[in-house]
Ligand binder design. Structure first.
Ligand code: BGC
Length: 744
């Protein structure tokens, strides 16, 4: 009987469901996927439907579950042979032969590892980010993975939060553009191409606002700031066609996202009309019990489904309790059908019914292809931010002998950063290896790893520095210090790294510090102990050659900070696009050392700053130097008075006043001066990478539809309010002279 049913199922599959045409009007999707999903759905038992809604990790008895149709998607299986075996169980043994959706966290590359997403954001180059995601898709899909949990779109304004590494930093516009680029790269021209993988925009929503920067913590976000700041990247990527979305671990104002019907239904479905598939984060349904929102797993499954979740990642609440919940009328079969339809539709769109298996022979052929390494190199090259270059010590084009030191100079695993599960450190080219082909290198690690406090080899480092023309010190964070669950309250260099830098600096030789880290660290004191500093984040597989080329002057740095750099962790959260206080800092603040003993209560003036660190950041958002220098003219506007449906056209003359060809990221910011609710002091609205030869100048033009100046106002309507605006075009968020324009 079972064999008979199976044959029927296979025949049905072949006849009714397996013809994929990707050329429908839906942007490379199988236009009939919804219809096919409905037809299949009509033939499923309740138990089979619930099985599709269950996502299970490798190591949890997958074969048996797949054969019984009790799992719809698997994660964390990357061996193509194993993937095929589980897939075979699902396709050949389960009654309907529905293929599994194979998923994995491919966050910044699969084998070829690109810079961490925060580093990618520093490129301000959506094209290279899209290329990176395409490379990841090609490599991952060749191993049988057709769904990644990326991009992470959480706007993050607190560098204590370890997951700042995984996103694009503090700005919603930058996060939107980087996210859209990744969605395009992963999903390719058509989702059903075998080299496309479905994107998953995460974590919906507000996860980046964890109180105190401590991972998983509660967030207190008003509806207005959620809509103005945290949701726009999700909306942009939903509109860009992201196939799936993941709910977040956190609660907002008391409601965990996985049980938040307002977020998942009212906003995502009803307001945005998004039709993709919603998955929970790992056990985030079950964790609603610890939150104190669900009584038990059964209750959490009820709440998650009713809120709008389609697939349960690893709580097992759906598979264990959903039949009972239906029987008791606590969830409706209509909601289950909605969820299963979304899941099946995606499987049809991906062409899984036609080609469920991975070609094991060919699976590794895509890994580390030369063009993949080239793209990773280019991305690493563009992501490094030059923070200091006193006396133009960089590029080191005249040095013969250089001391290379520091725990990150030859740390291939650390260089890949967080969430690089499938990157292989054997393929990483470290800066030490790359620099050896350019200089006569003296290598003294100084410290074994970033938290190392053993200074016993510092004497050797000092002696080596004395013999070298210059020293390059690679410091920062090991990969484990950032990423999920890895928050820090102190953002200074770990271990004895600052002392190492000081020891090298005392040699009197030119010192270049290169920081590889998962977050913006507080490096003020380290800046004093180097002549130049390159901030490289964790640059990935090709970080070594990219950094060596920047150091030796083959290319000029062009990265810009995607997050404000703080003087002290106590300033967090601190971000450039904040609202103003009624008593903004006016530059006359008195710091601790200057406060007279017995000073009168109000004698310091009453403005908004810290007595110890002052007001400003160490470096503002958008900041980054170059080996060239750029001069900006005054921004010119085509019109100073615009209608609400008009288009703002602005331009600026940019000149390379240096003596090297280099790229500048030209940034356009706008402030809505008076609103029905307070508006940020500045917001990034456009940017462009511009490459100029020495002495070359160019007018850089931008178009900005006035409609993009809309915000959620006092009435919680998304509108452009007429009034006056300031506009800046500059090389970072703290520079430039504003020009005024008016919207009527
Ligand atoms: C993370 C997600 C990730 C998931 C699956 C969770 O712990 O928060 O970002 O995609 O695990 O590995």
């Amino acid at each position: 009987m079972k064999t008979y049913m199976r044959n029927i199922a296979l025949a049905c599959c072949a006849a009714a469901f397996c013809t994929v045409s990707c050329s429908g009007p839906s942007g490379g999707r199988d236009a009939d996927a919804g219809k096919k999903a409905d037809e299949l759905l009509a033939r499923m038992t309740l138990r089979e439907k619930i099985g599709q809604m269950n996502q299970v990790s490798g190591g949890y008895g997958l074969m048996d579950m797949a054969a019984k149709g009790e799992v719809g998607s698997i994660l964390n299986c990357v061996d193509p042979v194993e993937i095929n075996a589980v897939q075979k169980a699902a396709v050949e043994q389960s009654r309907l032969g529905i293929p599994l959706l194979v998923s994995r966290d491919v966050i910044h590359g699969f084998r070829t590892i690109f810079p961490i997403p925060l580093g990618q954001a520093a490129t301000f180059d959506p094209a290279i980010v899209e290329r990176g995601a395409r490379v990841a898709a090609v490599e991952a899909s060749a191993s049988g993975i057709r769904w990644t949990f990326s991009p992470m779109l959480d706007v993050a304004r607190d560098p204590r939060w370890g997951r700042v590494a995984e996103g694009s930093g503090e700005d919603p516009y930058l996060a939107s553009l980087m996210g859209e680029a990744m969605v395009r790269g992963y999903q390719g021209d058509s989702l059903c191409s075998r080299s496309s993988i479905a994107a998953c925009i995460k974590h919906f929503a507000g996860y980046g606002a964890a109180e105190g920067g401590r991972d998983y913590n509660s967030t207190m976000i008003s509806e207005r700031s959620l809509r103005n700041t945290y949701l726009p990247p999700f909306k942009a990527c939903a509109d860009a066609g992201a196939a799936t979305l993941m709910t977040s671990f956190n609660e907002i104002d008391g409601v965990p996202s996985t049980g938040n019907r307002w977020l998942l239904k009212d906003i995502l479905r009803d307001e945005w009309g998004w039709e993709g598939m919603v998955v929970t984060d790992w056990n985030s349904a079950g964790e609603m019990i610890a939150h104190g929102f669900s009584r038990d797993l059964e209750h959490s499954a009820e709440q998650a489904l009713n809120a709008g979740v389609d697939m349960d990642m690893m709580s097992f609440g759906f598979i264990s309790h959903m039949e009972k919940l239906v029987a008791e009328g606590r969830v409706s079969e209509d909601d289950i059908d909605r969820a299963v339809r979304n899941i099946l539709k995606l499987k049809f769109e991906l062409g899984l019914f036609d080609s469920p298996y991975v070609d094991v022979e060919a699976s590794a052929a895509a890994d580390y292809a030369p063009e993949h390494l080239e793209a990773a190199y280019q991305c690493a090259l563009e992501s490094a931010v030059l923070l200091k270059n006193e006396g133009s010590v960089l590029p080191l084009d005249n040095a013969g002998t250089v001391l290379v030191t520091g725990p990150l100079a030859d740390a291939p695993y650390e260089q890949m950063g967080t969430w690089a599960f499938d990157g292989q450190k054997e393929h990483v080219v470290t800066p030490l290896a790359a620099l050896r082909s350019r200089y006569d290198v003296i290598w003294e690690p100084g410290l074994e790893y970033s938290r190392d406090t053993d200074k016993s080899s510092f004497a050797r480092v000092r002696a080596a520095a004395a013999k070298a023309d210059a020293a390059i010190v690679f410091v920062g964070e090991e990969a484990i210090l950032s990423g999920e669950a890895h928050s820090l309250s102190d953002l200074c260099m770990q271990g004895s790294q600052s002392e190492l830098l000081r020891a090298v600096h005392e040699s009197g030789k030119p010192v270049v510090a290169v920081v590889m880290a998962g977050r913006p660290l507080t490096i003020e004191r380290d800046l004093e102990n180097c002549d130049a500093m390159l901030y490289a984040f964790h640059p990935g597989t090709m970080g070594g050659p990219a950094l060596a080329d920047l150091i030796s002057g083959k290319a000029s740095p062009s990265g810009k900070l995607p997050m404000t750099m703080l003087r002290h962790a106590g300033q967090a959260p601190f971000y450039y696009n904040h609202n103003n206080t009624g008593r903004p800092c006016n530059g006359t603040e008195t710091l601790l050392a200057d406060i007279p003993v017995g000073a009168g209560q109000t004698s310091l003036g009453c403005t908004s700053y810290y007595l110890d660190t002052g007001y400003g950041p160490l470096f503002p958002f958008g900041y980054g130097l170059s080996y060239a220098s750029f001069s900006y003219g005054k921004p010119e506007l085509e019109s100073f008075s615009l209608e609400r449906d008009g288009i703002l056209r602005a331009s600026v003359r940019l000149e390379n006043t240096g003596d090297m060809t280099a790229t500048e990221v030209v940034q356009l910011y706008v402030q809505d001066i008076v609103g029905s609710v307070v508006r940020p002091v500045k917001e990034l609205r456009r940017f462009e990478r511009v490459t100029l030869a020495p002495g070359e100048s160019r007018a850089v033009g931008f178009e900005l539809p006035v409609s993009e100046l809309a915000f959620w106002n006092a009435e919680m309507e998304h509108v452009v309010e007429p009034g006056d605006f300031r506009l800046w075009i500059a090389g970072d968020s703290a520079s430039g002279e504003p020009v005024l324009f008016t919207v009527r």
